[in-house]
Design a protein around this ligand. Structure first.
Ligand code: SF4
Ligand code: SF4
Length: 93
């Protein structure tokens, strides 16, 4: 399943999409440690698999929370994207 976390406003679409099927095959889940803002969390989905998502309290402000990380590493190279060897994470912006 592709889970989308984020929002849209007048300036654009700001979504982080995570292919949770890949998370079930990922034992170390390095994205959790890699995120400098610690907004990625581990949870158990409806199928009792351990997957990751963006914390509910952070979903409506990722444009701002992720700004430093994305600016530092460059578009397409944010820490979570780089850490995920299974290429399960995509950003819309
Ligand atoms: S590193 Fe990638 S595959 Fe592993 S838990 Fe994180 S998003 Fe899922
Ligand atoms: S872009 Fe950076 S701050 Fe945002 S979720 Fe990914 S690793 Fe965390």
């Amino acid at each position: 399943m592709i889970a989308h976390y984020g929002y849209k406003d007048g300036s654009g679409d700001f979504f982080i999409s995570i292919d949770t099927d890949k998370c079930t095959q990922c034992s170390d889940k390095p994205c959790l440690e890699a995120c400098p803002e610690k907004i990625i969390e581990l949870f158990t989905d409806d199928y009792d698999d351990e997957v990751v998502g963006i914390k509910a309290s952070e979903r409506n402000k990722i444009k701002y929370t992720c700004l430093t990380c994305k600016s530092t590493f460059g578009a397409g190279h944010a820490a979570c994207i780089e850490a995920c060897l299974l290429e399960a994470i995509e950003h819309s912006w």
